[in-house]
Design a binder for this molecule. Structure first.
Ligand code: NDP
Length: 334
């Protein structure tokens, strides 16, 4: 039996990655796409070979669908996810799940009550590089983890220089866009939860309306591990990376904070350097595979609703820290 999908949002991410990821599943089918504009819905459906293009949530939820993928602007996720859960549809929602952790918890509660699967599309958990690092740490290959460093400052391409840098009410800003991913990836790779963050943010020339386009965060984890992360929209040549340093070794990954299954992971110990081999499956295709399996009762989505609450609570705490100049405790309230 196939999983019939409805797309909520005629978005770039769906067009670039998620439509293919659904169609890469042996049992994935896309029935319709919803846009707030009937014209854009029709055009998007035509361009992407989708049978239906509709202009209201009710019209989408009234289709013969089993699941929705939500990739609208961030302020819309909450109401759309709640409506989908009420209609009995499984929900794969883009990050951040909502604009604050309290609203994200409402989505988790609604999906639990409706008995539908909820996933957060934190794609980086599906990267072979990050899974290889997580496994190496769990196997003790770097000894006791001590500190981590995340380099995730990029250049926002011109076609995405819209609501992210102009509209606070839509959940713009680099913290809700990228810091959520870094918080989630740190949790995943370290197998640990952040308990406290101190952050500073900047507006370095691209973002307007009081939004930040750069952030540096310092994190403390439950185990005592400390981490730093740098997120940005305005650095064209920085490159990305993810490092974890332990008592017996260091894991140094380069070019891995990205949407593609690329980059390298090096393990450095007293024996020298070793390149770790890892799986190069498309990140979004793996995310969908896990989600389909979860619908079939086999396991959980790669990132659950609770994971989405954690990443948003972390980002919210980072924003509060940047506003107040104080260190802020992270409490997902789960
Ligand atoms: P887009 O800006 O491409 O799309 C967001 C919304 O903007 C769409 O739902 C659409 O509204 C509207 N829109 C798109 N194109 C136009 C246009 N030409 N004219 C007018 N309105 C338009 O956003 P992204 O795809 O970059 O991001 C969407 C969501 O996905 C966000 O929540 C973001 O955080 C997340 N994301 C996640 C990524 C990941 O890897 N996990 C990567 C990128 C984004 P309508 O639907 O009404 O037509």
């Amino acid at each position: 039996m196939s999983v019939r999908w409805g797309l909520i949002g005629a978005s770039t991410i769906a067009k670039q990655f998620m439509i293919d990821a659904i169609r890469n599943q042996p049992d994935g089918e896309i029935v319709a796409v919803m846009s707030s504009s009937a014209e854009r819905a029709a055009g998007y459906a035509r361009e992407n070979g989708i049978a239906g293009g509709v202009a209201s949530l009710d019209a989408l939820l009234g289709q013969e669908i089993d699941a929705v993928y939500i990739s609208t602007t961030n302020e819309l996720h909450l109401e759309q996810a709640l409506a989908a859960a009420r209609a009995g549809k499984h929900v794969l929602c883009e990050k951040p799940l909502a604009l604050n952790a309290a609203d994200a918890r409402k989505i988790v509660a609604a999906c639990t009550e409706a008995g539908v699967v909820l996933g957060t599309n934190h794609h980086l958990r599906n990267a072979g590089a990050h899974r290889a690092m997580r496994e190496a740490i769990a196997a003790g290959r770097i000894g006791q983890p001590i500190a981590a460093r995340v380099f995730h400052s990029v250049y926002l391409p011109p076609h995405l220089q819209g609501w992210r840098i102009e509209r606070p009410e839509a959940g713009g800003g680099v913290v809700l866009d990228i810091t959520v991913h870094d918080a989630d990836t740190l949790r995943f790779v370290l197998g640990d939860d952040p308990v406290e963050v101190t952050a500073i943010t900047q507006s370095s020339g691209m973002a307007s309306s009081g939004l930040e386009d750069g952030a540096m965060c310092l994190w403390r984890f439950r185990s005592g591990v400390i981490a730093q992360s740098h997120e940005g929209f305005t650095t064209k040549f920085a490159g990305t990376g993810f490092e974890v340093h332990g008592s017996e070794g260091s894991l140094i990954a380069q070019g891995v904070m990205t949407q593609k299954p690329v980059g390298t992971v090096t393990l450095r110990t007293e024996r020298g350097e070793e390149e770790l081999n890892f799986d190069r499956e498309d990140l979004y295709t793996r995310s969908l595979r896990c989600f389909h399996a979860a619908i079939a009762g086999k396991g959980e989505p790669a990132a659950t609703g609770a994971d989405g609450v954690w990443s948003l609570a972390s980002a919210e705490a980072a924003l509060q820290s940047a506003r107040t100049g104080m260190s802020v405790a992270i409490n997902p309230g789960l």
